[in-house]
Write a protein that binds this ligand. Structure first.
Ligand code: GLU
Length: 488
């Protein structure tokens, strides 16, 4: 029996969890969940100056919100400095790395000379042939040194899970530093030392790391460790074909949460950035993603981040979410925006559920859904000036129509979608006008806008008292000929 895969997500806490990082985390998580493997979270905080605790919290929060739970960690890379150093020293003992005593100034001069001469700079292996004894003595005497990896001759090749066989000539890789003068590890050493320690079997990460991979493979071999399988995920681009960045809009996962995107919609969307299920199914639940995910179907081609599509997908996920679950998700926003109290939400739960059912097909985000709840909850509505100019143009006819509607409503014994609809039709017939002539001004009077769900359901859920009050205030505004927003 082979051991279960062990994968990791290794963010550097130098920024919030962005969509690219979340996609990497998601692919690793899906693979672990599908295979019964272990998903490790490792915070790569060796760059103390650029890392911050706030960013670590933001990353953990983002992952938790997305439902990407980790089985081990969070490990902190900076806690492993002693092990990183020990690994470097062991490589020196084994002759696979060496102390370099070249000073920063010397290296800089050589680099500048190479640049001037137009020959590419690479470390000239000045210290590679210093006998081990001598190097030890110089270190013992306190002479500062870095440790450099002794790159062997030949080629370094791996069969990338996404890109297939990938090969680098070792002569293009200089003897790179693995430990600084101050004994802190260079990035590639820390990553490999940690991946070996955490027994990582598969490394799925962005393809901006391809150039690091040959160096890392050399380090694995030097440590006598099994080299994991590598799969490099395609880049995520904005609509203009440039690498996704702030200039394309929101890139932090937290921003999507604030905008009312459901975590399941975002993971669905991110899963399709670089992976496809092999058919045209686009909307997938988390369980479906876990079942269908496959590394073989990760593409090489960069993926385009289309925010429109994300909103559309979110609308589909909203449709598929039970109304009581949506109510639970919306409640904090309703309270915070002063539209309802906790008690009201509990007491009138059925009413809220009906309202959510009504708005579900029309809401692409949770925020948009709450916006559409305003006319049903706020004491007054703001009237869209463009709509009033168009729909309330014929003031006297509109007032007469609203009065007639109210009379018909007031006479109803029952308050159902059918009776409401019949009252509206009867009103139009009696006035000898089309249904729209009655309904459009009424919709505007009730909701402040030209667009709403079916008028019968709007009237039904708004309730008789609120409908009366809204008609009255619309009437007043019309009489004053004041169609500007009265209150928001
Ligand atoms: N810390 C690296 C990053 O945030 C990832 C390292 C890796 O996955 O090997 O880009």
């Amino acid at each position: 029996m082979t051991d279960a895969p062990r994968v990791r997500f290794a963010p550097s806490p130098t920024g919030y969890l962005h969509v690219g990082g979340a996609r990497t985390a998601l692919f690793n998580w899906l693979y672990a969940r599908q295979t019964g493997g272990i998903f490790v979270l490792r915070i790569e905080d060796t760059d103390r100056d650029r890392s911050s605790d706030d960013m670590v919290s933001a990353i953990l929060e983002g992952m938790t919100w997305l439902g990407l739970d980790w089985d081990e960690g969070p490990w902190h890379q900076a806690d492993g400095f002693d092990r990183h150093r020990a690994d470097a020293e062991r490589m020196v003992e084994d002759g696979l790395a060496y102390h370099c005593f070249c000073s920063v100034d010397e290296l800089k001069t050589r680099r500048e000379e190479a640049e001037k001469a137009g020959t590419g700079y690479r470390y000239n292996r000045n210290c590679a042939s210093i006998p081990a004894e001598e190097a030890r003595a110089r270190c013992a005497a306190g002479e500062p040194s870095t440790i450099r990896f002794r790159v062997p001759e030949g080629e370094t090749e791996w069969d990338d899970l996404v890109h297939g066989p990938t090969r680098f000539r070792n002569e293009d890789i200089e003897d790179f530093i693995i430990l600084r003068t101050d004994n802190t590890p260079i990035y590639n050493l820390a990553v490999v030392s940690d991946d070996v320690f955490m027994r990582i079997t598969h490394v799925l990460r962005g393809d901006d790391h391809i150039a690091n991979t040959p160096k890392q493979i050399l380090l694995y071999r030097a440590m006598g460790a099994a080299v994991p399988a590598f799969g490099h995920l395609p880049m995520i681009l904005g609509a203009d074909g440039r690498r996704l960045s702030k200039r394309h809009g929101a890139t932090a996962v937290g921003e999507y949460q604030t905008r009312g995107i459901l975590p399941g919609a975002l993971t669905n969307f991110l899963a399709l950035l670089g992976w496809n299920p092999g058919d045209d199914q686009e909307i997938m639940t988390e369980a479906e993603l876990i079942a269908r995910f496959s590394i073989e179907r990760i593409g090489k081609k960069s993926a385009v981040f289309d925010p429109e599509k994300l909103e559309w997908m979110n609308g589909q996920h909203i449709m598929a979410t039970p109304a009581d679950e949506l109510l639970r998700l919306l409640a904090p926003d309703l309270v915070e925006r002063g539209l309802a109290s906790r008690e009201e939400i509990v007491d009138q739960r059925d009413w809220f559920i009906s309202l959510i059912e009504l708005l579900k097909p029309r809401s692409r985000t949770l925020v948009a859904m709450v916006d559409q709840m305003i006319p049903f909850l706020a004491p007054t509505v703001a009237y869209d000036p463009a709509a009033t100019a168009k729909i309330w143009k014929d003031r006297d006819a509109v007032i007469a129509g609203l009065d007639a509607v109210w009379q018909a409503f007031d006479a109803l014994d029952e308050w159902t979608p059918e009776t409401i609809e019949a009252a509206l039709r009867g009103t139009a017939e009696r006035a000898g006008v089309g249904f729209g002539k009655i309904v459009h001004p009424l919709r505007l009077a009730l909701t402040g806008s030209q667009a709403s769900p079916g008028i019968d359901h709007v009237v039904l859920l708004m309730g008789k008292t609120r409908v009366r009050d809204r008609i009255n205030s619309a009437r007043e505004i019309l009489l004053r000929n004041e169609t500007e927003p009265s209150h928001g």
